[in-house]
Design a protein around this ligand. Sequence first.
Ligand code: PEP
Length: 246
Amino acid sequence: MRQRLAVANWKMNGHLADVAQARAIADGAKDMTGADVLICPPATLIAEVARALEGTAALVGAQDCHAAAGGAHTGDLSAAMLREAGATHVILGHSERRAAYGESDAQVRAKAEGAWAAGLVTVLCVGEDEAVRDAGEAEAFVTAQVEGSVPDGAGPHNTVFAYEPVWAVGTGRSADAETIERMHGAIRRALLRRLGDAAEAIPLLYGGSVKAANAEALFALPQVDGALVGGASLKAEDFCPIIAAL
Ligand code: PEP
């Protein structure tokens, strides 16, 4: 039985006034059993959100970290700093970071090692863009991303994976069931080849325009263990029905 997880990626959204939404999400989810809830606000709000979630089961995560433990990296944050602020998880390799900052699989892997060293669980993102899909190379591309970005020693204690097709992130156009099943199958096989039996229990989330209207159908897919949600995770009224469907 794999962990089932609903992850809120607030991206570069959220001010102090929005911390109340994090608490409302946790309160709304409290009677929903079987799924863990992870809220990833901008780094400026991690400590505030962690405080607001005290006494609830919801967890707080970051959206990125530097690979190094410290040093001359102006503007960056180490995993240990994020942990100190209250984070238990960190999203790494999100397609928006890969696109905007050219983050490579090797960099994602180094960040994951840094995150583990500080005690954070990594939510590793992979996914193909539309050109790769149209060229019929989606499975090979994502398989290579998995192989390149997951460090040795990954298992359910330190790693969650998210399949996020770039063409489905923030577009309102979710992948269909057949695509998700095929891609999740390819990712699971790549993890098993790379990590052996430990890969079986690593949760594999889907991300890309998940909302209340499509959550139930997505979560009914046997290879989908939860969701990474952007736009529909900012408000409790939108995110709680997704958690309930899980
Ligand atoms: C995301 O931010 O990872 C994401 C999947 O966004 P959205 O749900 O808005 O497509």
